[in-house]
Design a binder for this molecule. Structure first.
Ligand SMILES: NC(=O)c1ccc[n+]([C@@H]2O[C@H](COP(=O)([O-])OP(=O)(O)OC[C@H]3O[C@@H](n4cnc5c(N)ncnc54)[C@H](OP(=O)(O)O)[C@@H]3O)[C@@H](O)[C@H]2O)c1
Length: 336
C-alpha cells in the first residue's frame, strides 16, 4: 500500500489546492510511478485550504471512529491507548484538521476527551472542528436535538471537554429542520460573543446554505458524499461551495454505503483496478478521488487503526490521471 512519498513529488504547503498546482510533467511522473522511497508521506502532500483565516491540510481526520469498533454505541469501546496513539500519530503526520463532536462517545470513550488527553496543549496550527445540534443522553440514546436556545450549552460542553475557551469552527448539524435560520442565528450570536471563531453547516441543501450566509459567514459545508453517491443535489452543492470559496467536507468518503457501521467492502472492479495501478488500497483511491473533486474539497477519514491512518494520509499524495478520473466518474453515473 502507498504509504511513502513517490519520488519527485513536491508538496505544496501553504498553497490552496496543492495537487492541482503540480506541473503536468511532475503529475505524469507521479501517476506513472507507483514505486516508493523510504520517506514518509505527510498530510501536506494533499495541499492546503483555509477555513476562514485558519489554514489546514486538505487531508484531515474524523474522530468518530476513535471511540469504538463502530460509531456511537454500535460496537465495543476502543482501546484507550491505541486511540490516543492514533491521534498523536495523525498530528505527527501533519494532520492539522480534526473533526469531532461531543456526541461522539461509546460506553467508555469520548472523542473530545481523547483529543484533549492526546493533544493538549494543542499545537498552534491545529484546527478542531466540532458540530452541534444532535443530542445523545447519558446512556447514548439519541434524544431531542437542540433548540436554538440550547445551542450555547452544546457549545460549552465541547469547550469543557476539549479544554478550550473558544472553538475554531462549529458546524450546525441540521436535524431535519426546514429552515436553519433560528439555529444558525443562535450560533452567529455565540460567534459574536467570541466562543466560536468560524461557522459551518452540515446536512444541508443549497437553500439552507443561502439562509445561513444571509446571517453570517460560512467557512465549510459537511454532507455525506463519496465515490458511490451519485446524488445530483449534493453535486450541485459541491459546485456552489467551490464558487463561493467555501470548503466542502464530505463524510463517509471511505465508509460509503456502510455508513456509521464501518467501511464499505463493496468496491467496484474499476476502483480496484485503479488501486492496483497506484499500488494502493481501495480506501486510498476513494480518498484520492475525493481530493480531486476541487481544491475546496477536504477529506476527514475516520479510523481507530494506526495502519489505516498512515494509508489515509498517504492517499493525499496520489495523483489520478484524467483517464482514471473518467473511469471512476462513470461509476457514479451508472450508480445514479
Ligand atoms: N456531519 C455529520 O453528520 C457526520 C456524520 C458522520 C461522520 N462525520 C464525520 O466525518 C468523519 C468521517 O466519517 P466516518 O469516520 O464515519 O467514515 P469514513 O472515514 O468514511 O470511514 C470510516 C470507516 O472506514 C474504515 N477505514 C478508514 N480508513 C480505512 C482504510 N485505509 N482502509 C480500510 N478501512 C478504513 C474505518 O475503520 P477502522 O477504524 O478500522 O479503520 C471505519 O469503519 C467522521 O469521523 C466524523 O468526524 C460527520
Amino acid at each position: 500500500m502507498l504509504r511513502t512519498r513517490p519520488p519527485g513529488l513536491v508538496a505544496a504547503p501553504g498553497e490552496q489546492g496543492g495537487p492541482f498546482l503540480l506541473p503536468p510533467t511532475l503529475l505524469r511522473t507521479v501517476c506513472q510511478t507507483p514505486s516508493m522511497t523510504s520517506e514518509t508521506i505527510t498530510a501536506d502532500a494533499s495541499g492546503t485550504w483555509k477555513l476562514g483565516d485558519l489554514p489546514v491540510h486538505r487531508l484531515g481526520f474524523g474522530a468518530m471512529r476513535l471511540t469504538g469498533s463502530a460509531a456511537f454505541h454500535h460496537g465495543t469501546p476502543s482501546d484507550r491507548d491505541r486511540s490516543i496513539a492514533v491521534l498523536r500519530k495523525a498530528v505527527e503526520l501533519g494532520v492539522n484538521h480534526i473533526d469531532t463532536a461531543a456526541f461522539y462517545f461509546s460506553a467508555l470513550r469520548s472523542a473530545n476527551e481523547l483529543i484533549n488527553t492526546a493533544l493538549s496543549p494543542y499545537p498552534d496550527d491545529l484546527v478542531i472542528v466540532t458540530k452541534v445540534g444532535p443530542h445523545r443522553d447519558y446512556s447514548g440514546e439519541w434524544a431531542t436535538s437542540a433548540r436554538p436556545d440550547q445551542l450555547r450549552g452544546h457549545v460549552e460542553e465541547n469547550l469543557r471537554q476539549l479544554g478550550r475557551d473558544h472553538l475554531d469552527v462549529v458546524n450546525l448539524r441540521r436535524m431535519r429542520q426546514d429552515s436553519i435560520a433560528e439555529h444558525f442565528g443562535a450560533l452567529a450570536e455565540l460567534r459574536e460573543a467570541g466562543l466560536i471563531r468560524h461557522l459551518g453547516v452540515s446536512d444541508v441543501e443549497v437553500r439552507h446554505l443561502d439562509e445561513a450566509l444571509a446571517i453570517a459567514p460560512v467557512v465549510c459545508v459537511q454532507n455525506r458524499w463519496g465515490l458511490d453517491s451519485a446524488d445530483p443535489a449534493t453535486g450541485e452543492l459541491v459546485r456552489v461551495c467551490g464558487e463561493r470559496g467555501i470548503a466542502f467536507v464530505p463524510f463517509f468518503a471511505v465508509a460509503g454505503d456502510a455508513g456509521a457501521l464501518g467501511a464499505t467492502g463493496n468496491h467496484d472492479e474499476e476502483v480496484l483496478a485503479v488501486a492496483r495501478a497506484h499500488d494502493a488500497g481501495a480506501a486510498q483511491i476513494r480518498l484520492a478521488w475525493t481530493l480531486h473533486q476541487g481544491p475546496h474539497v477536504l477529506a476527514i477519514p475516520g479510523t481507530g487503526n494506526p495502519d489505516h491512518l498512515a494509508e489515509n494520509v498517504a492517499a493525499g499524495a496520489i495523483r489520478l490521471t484524467e483517464d482514471e478520473l473518467t473511469r471512476l466518474d462513470a461509476l457514479r453515473t451508472s450508480a445514479g
